[in-house]
Design a protein around this ligand. Structure first.
Ligand code: APR
Length: 250
């Protein structure tokens, strides 16, 4: 089933679902004004990830990397959940369990009210010491201009998974468990090119989930989907929730 139509099959599957996974990427936050990475005007078209989003870059140019994250924090801390985030949170009223597995670091799913959010790539809202690992979870550092030193002398960095680093083990384990158990797996706003995250839809499909892609563009996983919805998430997700609500109230 391809195209922008939202099928009755999907709504029926959701109505009978035990567990729905919403797997999201930067596209779900685009309508909140947060730049994606690989769009034509995305972050990676203006900055080189290898110069910014990795430990070597941070150790070589801590102030530059810190300032880049502060600039992103400026946008993210002023961003609000959009109708796509809100629809995912509202889904919890209509199905027994919803699990959000996100690659995003902006915290907008939690802000929209989603109760289970698995942050595979960390969060821009917290920091830790690169040397001793001490966590700095409070907001104090989110607007500080200069990179700060920990009491141990190490440098403090955002709690974001950088290229070449491992994803948080507990997050990966739970994300795999939820993907295996999913009745419906919605892959929303992700280019599906960064592994291991991009492997989750395939795990879900292997264990029998109904696999749906919500993305205005094709991705390398489009051909693996049972259904593709070529719409923005802020348009498709509220419509899905509205149709499910109608079906359940009938
Ligand atoms: N609604 C749905 N999808 C959208 C929207 C929208 N309004 N706008 C853009 N998209 C889609 C784009 O078509 C694209 O496929 O969102 C996707 C965004 O892809 P990326 O920018 O590559 O973001 P993402 O998939 O989250 O990147 C994965 O790469 O750089 C790393 O760690 C970073 O978590 C990130 C990971």
């Amino acid at each position: 089933m391809n195209g922008t139509m939202i099928s009755n099959t999907l709504i029926d599957r959701l109505a009978n679902a035990r567990l729905v996974v919403a797997f999201t990427g930067a596209g779900v936050s685009a309508e909140s004004g947060v730049a994606t990475f690989r769009a034509t005007d995305g972050l990676w078209s203006r900055f080189k990830p290898e110069e910014l989003a990795n430990v070597q870059a941070f150790l070589a140019n801590p102030q530059m990397v810190w300032e880049w994250y502060q600039a992103r924090r400026d946008v993210i801390l002023n961003a609000r959940p959009n109708p796509g985030h809100i629809a995912i949170a509202e889904l919890e009223e209509l199905v027994p369990k919803v699990s959000v597995i996100t690659q995003n670091i902006d915290g907008l799913h939690a802000a929209a009210g989603s109760s289970e959010v698995i942050e595979l790539h960390g969060t821009i809202r917290k920091n830790f010491c690169q040397s001793c690992g001490k966590r700095y979870d409070d907001d104090a550092l989110l607007t500080v201009e200069d990179v700060q030193r920990c009491g141990c002398g190490g440098m403090i960095r955002p709690q974001v998974v950088w290229f070449g680093e491992n994803l948080p083990e507990d997050a990966v384990t739970l994300a795999e468990e939820r993907s295996i158990a999913a009745s419906v797996f919605l892959s929303i706003g992700t280019s599906s090119v960064v592994y291991p995250a991009a492997g989750l839809p395939l795990i879900a499909r292997e264990y029998g989930a109904y696999l749906v892609e919500v993305n205005p563009e094709e991705t390398p996983l489009s051909h693996s989907m049972h259904e593709t919805i070529r719409l923005a998430s802020g348009e498709a997700l509220p419509e899905i929730v509205a149709r499910l609500r109608t079906l359940k109230s009938a």
